[in-house]
Design a protein around this ligand. Sequence first.
Ligand SMILES: Cc1ncc(COP(=O)(O)O)c(C=O)c1O
Length: 380
Amino acid sequence: MRNINILEPNLFFKSKKKLIDTLRKNQISTASKSIIKKFEKKISQLDGSKYVVPTNSGSSALYVGFKAVGVEKNDLIIMPSYTFVATANACLLSGAFPWFFDLEKKKLTIDLDQVENKLKLMSFKKGKFFYHKKTKQRIFAICPVYTLGFLPDLIKVKRIAKKFNLKIIADAACAIGAKYNKKSLALYNDVVCYSFNGNKSLTAGGGGAISTNNKVIYKNSFLLTTNGKSDQYFHKSFGLNLRITGIHAALGYGELNEFKKIQMKKNRLRKKYINTSQINYFETYFLDKNINSMIWLNFLISKKNIKSIFFKNAKRNKLNLAPFWTPMHLQPFLKNELIEKMKNTNFVWKKILVLPSSLNINSNDFKKIEKFLIKNSKFL
Ligand SMILES: Cc1ncc(COP(=O)(O)O)c(C=O)c1O
């Protein structure tokens, strides 16, 4: 009996062929323009944005996004505490500091009412910008995280951002291909950041990208990922080598060609999990009707805090289940950052159970997972 993992890459045959073709053509490096351009164009077509800059990871995409919109040393960036650590670390690397907020009740996205109330209460305006009353830091940006593929109310994010003059950088690492009101995410955000890591719904083995409709942000991002180079060994601004390689772009391009199939498989699996949850009284959260997004990782919210015995039992049954993200406000190295009340985050993180969601989960695997969940429901 095979081990069932939470997520593992499952490349389509045509993507592997594309990779071999790229190897044959020796288009393997960061300078392999032709395949990298194709990859960029595919992302643009899928997400409806004007400009795309591929990167070597989603973490780099976030760093590039923050810097490209103009984040400066000591700025504050608003973000949910419930995220993968890359969101906070990319913010720190950009010289800014995170300001952590709670999740909305029964949603996995940032509590926008809490954000707006705190901004009203804790900020003052000087010139064009708003500053934090206590720390005097400029509040420059908001970074909503599209947790597991869930999106917040993007119109509300835009309204708050306009009111407090904030840039919007979306951490859409888990939400490739998502649409809001059938429209491109680039319309609602200054920058959208994606990850194509091996565990993502659509993988390039590793890699990421930023997409935007803003030409200046695009140009800034490009320079930031290419050592700030404007001519041979002439560097007009700061930058690093954060580019994707031809190898990864080839895989990503191949998988992007299969997006519809990936979406169909993911949606089918999600429906099955929702049925199981509903029949067996496990709690799940639903997407708002105006959001079209494939859920990266299926999950349920347990009635109790999930104990380690549950995970041990799973391992015995060859199910590699594990706890999920520990919120940022509970990470020792972030404990001195600005942290708001975390009622819903503290509720969710000990109760969330992420479920095997790879593209290769077959009906036998699913039956096994379902049987295990029901048999162990006393721990949930
Ligand atoms: C919400 C979120 N942001 C950022 C990242 C970082 O992406 P990468 O692993 O490609 O650096 C991830 C990766 O899982 C993520 O889940």
